[in-house]
Design a protein around this ligand. Structure first.
Ligand code: NDP
Ligand code: MG
Length: 394
């Protein structure tokens, strides 16, 4: 009988979080939900906690603490509130794996805390590696922990690399669906609404990553994520558009051989693999058939129209705190678009402006990253508020 692994799910109420909950529910002989966290969705956190009776249920939003505390009073669950409670509790000695499924920069400090406590990380929160990939990978090495990718492209690459040496990698080829606006012109994009952008053709995901997918910023963040996960140079990472999302990514080796990982688009597979690695377990997930997809197609990404992908490459080439700057600028820009404060194309302008205006630091410390994030958010917010009304559409 295998030992049950205690899992801390940071962001258990989100898209990745709820799919992780499914994987745990179906494999209760292997996993236990030890810690569940939400930002403000108290109702779902309570429902999950009643079903799984974790050691800890943590709600970031302090104003929801009483509601969660009272609803779970009859159960042996410690209910806590606030961001700091997550940072402190991920270090619990009984936790085996911390699955980071919160959105954005908020994932950085809990991930650092977990690594320092020797926890393996199942990483969905790509922004953590984008912001401070150098610090995170150095800490992981120092504490001898593994960072297991949950992002489907990185899980694909990771699966292709099983049994291979990383130094034999010639190129990583990351696939992109192209999102809902693939093939569209700048004129078209100037008028798209938040509702249009939230309709992803192949994946159902949280709002922020869905907008990032529509603008190709998600692919840009994934290029940066891949650099840190697989220790390759920026020129060894290529993006190709593959609208069917069946080939999740590929590795080309120095002898010219290419390995790919395929499957129907379903995040439960990479989530589960990150939790069971190096083993594979039986599932009844729907199987892929080539006969259902006789035409798998590939295109070059259109970086003139979708500028965010070029901006992310430029930030990675520049290094230092530049990826942190684009991440913070993008988080503010996406929130601005979702709140109908700016149009779709203005998101790239916000990012570009921040890249030019925020203080560049070539070798940042963690404190520098925290400051850069704050400074960029304030600048980006002010920039949005001062835009002429033409840009403030939708
Ligand atoms: P969702 O928006 O669906 O869920 C986010 C989760 O994090 C929720 O539990 C939310 O709580 C919580 N959360 C949000 N903001 C904060 C915060 N400031 N502090 C603490 N907790 C917070 O996002 P996704 O699940 O789509 O994405 C999660 C991460 O995984 C992102 O980094 C994304 O890029 C990455 N990812 C997602 C994929 C997907 O298919 N969805 C695929 C690959 C990567 P509440 O519900 O209370 O708001
Ligand atoms: Mg992805």
């Amino acid at each position: 009988m295998p030992q049950i692994k205690n899992i801390a799910i940071l962001g258990s109420t989100g898209s990745i979080g709820t799919q992780t909950i499914d994987v745990i529910r179906w494999n209760s002989n292997l996993f236990r939900a030890f810690m569940l966290t939400a930002h403000s969705n108290a109702d779902l956190l309570i429902t999950q906690a009643i079903e799984f009776v974790p050691e800890y249920a943590i709600i970031c939003d302090q104003s929801k603490y009483q509601q969660v505390k009272e609803a779970l009073a009859h159960l042996p669950i410690q209910v806590l509130a606030g961001h700091q409670a997550i940072i402190d509790t991920v270090t619990h000695p009984d936790i085996a794996v911390v699955l980071t499924a919160m959105v954005g920069f908020a994932g950085l400090e809990p991930t650092i805390s977990a690594i320092k406590a020797g926890k393996n990380i199942a990483l969905a929160n790509k922004e953590t590696l984008v912001v401070a990939g150098d610090i995170i990978t150095a800490l992981a090495k120092q504490h001898g922990i593994s960072i297991l990718p949950v992002d489907s492209e990185h899980s694909a690459i990771f699966q292709c690399l099983v049994g291979e040496e990383y130094k034999a990698i010639e190129k990583l080829i990351i696939t992109a669906s192209g999102g809902p606006f693939r093939g569209r012109s700048l004129d078209f994009l100037a008028n798209v609404t938040r509702e249009d952008a939230l309709k992803h053709p192949n994946w159902v995901m949280g709002a922020k990553i869905t907008i990032d997918s529509a603008s190709l910023m998600n692919k840009g963040l994934e290029v940066i994520e891949a650099k840190w996960l697989f220790d390759v140079e920026v020129d060894q990472i290529e993006v190709i558009v593959h609208p069917q999302s069946i080939i999740h990514s590929l590795v080309q080796f120095r002898d010219g051989s290419i390995k790919a990982q395929l499957g129907l688009p379903d995040m439960k597979l990479p989530i589960q693999y990150a939790l069971t690695y190096p083993e594979r377990i039986q599932t009844n997930f729907k199987r892929f058939s080539f006969m259902d997809y006789p035409n798998l197609t590939f295109e070059k990404p259109d970086t003139d129209t979708f500028r965010n992908l070029s901006l992310a490459y430029a930030a990675l080439r520049q290094g230092g705190n530049m990826p942190c700057i684009i991440n913070a600028a993008n988080e503010v820009a996406v929130a601005g678009f979702l709140n109908r404060k700016i149009g779709f194309l203005t998101m790239s302008s916000v990012i570009e402006e921040c890249m030019q205006q925020i203080n560049f630091i070539a070798s940042p410390t963690l404190a520098d990253y925290l400051n850069t994030d704050k400074e960029t958010r304030i600048f980006a917010q002010n920039y949005i508020e001062q835009l002429p009304s033409k840009a403030l559409q939708f």
